[in-house]
Design a protein around this ligand. Structure first.
Ligand code: FAD
Length: 535
């Protein structure tokens, strides 16, 4: 691990251009956008996104946002469901705060123009695994994220003066004398640029791309996790990656998510022989929490020697199914599957990164001047397993809070337009060019095998040894493009995750150790952190 460099590329204040802002927001998903909207308009703000602004995990969210809105629902029930899913590791105060703030944020999204599905003027509230009540608001049937992001971008463009730089890769966070001072970014227009910021908000989303099977889009390579780690921020709960149980498994298709809401509406899971199996594993059957369903599916796949199981919606009214899930119906139709009639082949895939940069209730990290919000964080909300539809909510709550806190901090700081003496020296380029795609594919397969749904000390240790070899020649280099930086970030995040998974010698929530199958409260009812060792 001491191989991890502080900075990925060479840069020097005399050779790289400079840009000064009050607040830098890295990431334009729900958390970054919500933070931006909470920033005081007197501040100059820059939002950078790696791809187009619309391309984020947020945009692909299907099921919806959880919040207590139904007449028979209570905050205490949403809190209890979240704590129960989190398997003893949630921070109760954070859970209470997020759950109580949820309805206000959902109503605010509606004021900003997000249209959620209704019937006769009432919000339609869906149900997902682990929830005791119907409390999930959704939009366009199964395209909730797309509708929220559309409304938030429109609102931000109308009322916010923030500058937005799309297609801008954040390579590293800049630190000086123990404070975060902004970030080194790269885009085709300006090349490398120092963005000096009084306050920096990290909102870079998840890391699903380190796994071969994942629901996450290509942007989710854990860049923010890795950059924060290199900068010395504490990461937490890094062993906890949530696997979504039902990811479309068709050769040649992208690994599309088949929302939990499908099971909420009554779909059942059957094995290759057509046998419904979930009741054998959990009394809640198909609506058990995701870890339980994922682990049951893997077990069933092994017992039936079959590479997937199937979702069966055939007992539900066909027209209602196609209307409720238009996106999923369309995607499956492209592969000749009618979701109302045919069984849908599915298996688990990496879905939500629970671990991340340690933050408090305002999104403050362990580095002064650096804040973090959304999926890149570990706030204590999810514990050892995230309750479905609590993550868009987390992005809203923490985004708004961090935006407020950053405004207060930045408004107090005087303007200074002096670049700090932060530089990184070039290293000798190697004589042989690496096939980066080949290493990336091998890494994804390795992490899927070793740190997927089932883990053992042997598989994790073997993976760590393989990573040692790759680290020696990949982390030592300075690459000129984002393909290399992403690979380096993925290697670092994989390593931290594998070490954390090895350390936790028990099974809890999404972390299943086949060699330690029991939950061990006496020893492991604690959250664990990781900090980059100084080299
Ligand atoms: C298919 C799918 C369905 C889901 N369904 C639901 C659901 O129904 N309900 C729910 O609550 N959650 C759901 N989730 C999870 C939820 O969508 C995410 O947890 C949440 O959207 C994360 O928001 P975020 O703002 O933290 O990150 P994201 O939305 O992922 O945004 C990350 C941003 O960071 C930028 N970025 C990343 N790296 C860099 C870099 N190096 N430089 C510059 N910018 C960078 C990206 O360009 C992007 O703008 C789903 C996730 C997926 C993948």
């Amino acid at each position: 691990m001491t191989l991890v460099p502080r900075y990925l590329v060479a840069f020097h204040p005399k050779r790289v251009s400079h840009h000064f802002v009050d607040a830098l927001v890295i990431g334009g998903g729900i958390a970054g956008l919500r933070a931006t909207m909470a920033l005081d308009p007197r501040l100059t703000t820059l939002v950078v996104t790696k791809d187009q602004l619309e391309e984020s995990n947020s945009n692909y969210a299907q099921g919806g946002i959880a919040g207590v809105l139904g007449a028979d629902d209570r905050f205490e029930d949403h809190i209890a469901d979240t704590l129960s899913a989190g398997a003893g590791l949630c921070d109760r105060e954070i859970v209470e705060m997020v759950v109580r703030e949820a309805p206000g944020h959902i109503r605010q999204l509606m004021e900003w123009g997000a249209t959620f599905d209704e019937s006769e003027g009432e919000l339609l509230l869906g149900r997902e695994g682990g929830h005791s009540h119907n409390r999930i608001v959704h939009a366009l049937g199964d395209a909730t994220g797309q509708e929220i992001i559309r409304a938030m971008i429109a609102r931000a463009r109308k009322v916010q003066s923030a500058q937005i730089w799309p297609d801008t890769f954040t390579i590293d966070l800049l630190t000086h004398e123990g404070r975060c001072r902004g970030a080194l970014v790269w885009n085709e227009r300006h090349g490398k640029t120092y963005v000096w910021a009084k306050q920096t908000i990290l909102a870079t989303g998840g890391a699903g791309q380190i796994f071969r099977e994942t629901t996450n889009p290509p942007v989710a390579t854990g860049d923010g996790h890795a950059a924060a780690y290199r900068a010395g921020a504490e990461l937490m709960d890094m062993e906890f990656m949530q696997f979504h149980p039902t990811v479309l498994y068709i050769a040649g298709s992208s690994r599309s998510l088949i929302s939990e809401a499908v099971r909420g509406e009554g779909a059942i899971l059957v094995d290759a022989a057509g046998v419904r199996f979930m009741p054998e594993y959990d009394a809640r059957a198909e609506l058990a929490p995701r870890d339980v369903v994922s682990q049951a599916i893997v077990d069933r796949m092994e017992k039936t020697h079959h590479p997937c199981v199937y979702l069966d919606l055939s007992a539900l009214p066909a027209d209602a199914v196609r209307k409720r899930f238009p996106g999923i119906a369309k995607r499956c139709r492209e592969f000749g599957i009618d979701i109302a009639v045919d069984r849908i082949p599915v298996r688990p895939g990496a879905h939500y990164m629970i671990g991340g940069v340690k933050v408090d209730e305002w999104g403050s990290t362990t580095i002064p001047g650096l804040w973090a919000v959304g999926e890149v964080t570990s706030s204590g909300l999810h514990g050892a397993n995230r309750l479905a539809s609590n993550s868009l909510l987390e992005g809203l709550v923490f985004g708004a809070r961090a935006g407020e806190a950053v405004s207060a901090a930045a408004l107090e700081q005087p303007d200074e337009y002096i670049p700090l003496p932060i530089e990184n020296k070039p290293v000798e380029p190697p004589s042989e060019q690496l096939d980066l795609q080949d290493i990336r594919n091998s890494l994804k397969s390795l992490v899927w095998r070793a740190a997927g749904v089932r883990r053992t000390a042997t598989s994790l240790r073997d993976a760590a040894r393989t990573l040692d070899g790759w680290d020696r020649y990949v982390l030592a280099q300075q690459f000129p493009t984002s393909q290399g930086w992403e690979l380096q970030n993925m290697l670092i995040v994989s390593r931290v995750m594998i070490n954390a998974a090895l350390r936790r010698e028990e099974s809890r929530g999404v972390h299943l150790r086949m060699d330690f199958p029991q939950q061990d409260d006496a020893k492991w009812k604690i959250r664990c952190g990781d900090v980059r060792p100084s080299s």
